[in-house]
Design a protein around this ligand. Structure first.
Ligand code: HEM
Length: 214
């Protein structure tokens, strides 16, 4: 697995800070912020379209949505959704992480995929907003609320994170989680340099997600 060594994690954190403070947004006027882009978003959109060599297009370009016939989707979002869609079953099925997903696993066992669809949308929205610099995309819970049993109710329903014995996640869980996302991206042939940047971005949320850091 690619995210194992502490050194790599440190490098990723540094890369994340650099990316957050210097990311060059191509269209950031308040009127069209929903079409803002970054080199990473453009790169993701380029590869999902089967592009080769240097990136020659924006992640905001609209392409056919393979999951919703007749609909279009931003290429960058499609790339992100594809990684998230591959990663979610791997995460919920991971021995260390599954204890945090009892609600989702219960629903899937009862052939109810509503929660999974919502999670796919919300997770994709979150990453799209963070990667592209677009605003108003994510409307889910804050990362702190979503990753604490007692505050993780979605839309007035039951808590979706953990249970009375698993109230919050620790750093080890977080590292496994990011490692599984990296594995999913590797499975999809996402280039290593791009996986590194995505991993770096995920690590910027660690302070909010990990709430019982020892
Ligand atoms: C790596 C950074 C992470 C990001 C960016 C992230 C993002 C998200 C987002 C956007 C949601 C949906 C919130 C909502 O619906 O309002 C969510 C839910 C959740 N996350 Fe995370 N998460 C991360 C790490 C983790 C880790 C490390 C764990 C477990 C150890 C975890 C477990 C969960 C669970 C159990 C839910 C609720 C799932 C459900 O709806 O059934 N997440 N996360």
């Amino acid at each position: 697995m690619k995210f194992n060594s502490k050194a790599l994690m440190l490098a990723l954190l540094i890369a994340a800070s650099a990316m957050f403070f210097s990311s060059c947004k191509k269209s950031t006027s308040s009127a069209d912020n929903h079409l803002a882009s970054t080199p990473l978003y453009d790169t993701l959109g380029w590869f999902i379209q089967g592009g080769k060599g240097s990136v020659a297009g924006q992640g905001t370009v609209m392409v056919n949505d393979p999951d919703n016939s007749g609909q279009k989707i931003q290429a960058g979002r499609l790339a992100i959704r594809t990684v998230v869609k591959t990663a979610l079953p791997m995460i919920a099925g991971n021995a260390q992480l599954s204890v945090y997903f009892p609600t989702l696993i219960g629903e899937l066992g009862a052939n109810n995929s509503t929660g999974l669809s919502e999670l796919l949308t919300n997770f994709t929205d979150f990453v799209q907003q963070a990667v592209s610099g677009q605003t108003g995309i994510y409307s889910g819970l804050s990362m702190v609320q979503a990753h604490r049993f007692t505050t993780s109710e979605s839309m007035g329903g039951n808590p979706r994170f953990g249970d009375a014995n698993h109230l919050t996640a620790d750093s080890s869980d977080f590292n496994v989680f990011v490692g599984v996302v990296a594995q999913a991206a590797t499975k999809l042939n996402v280039p290593n340099s791009v996986i590194g940047q995505l991993g770096a971005l995920l690590f910027t949320t660690e302070g909010d997600v990990v709430q019982n850091k020892k």
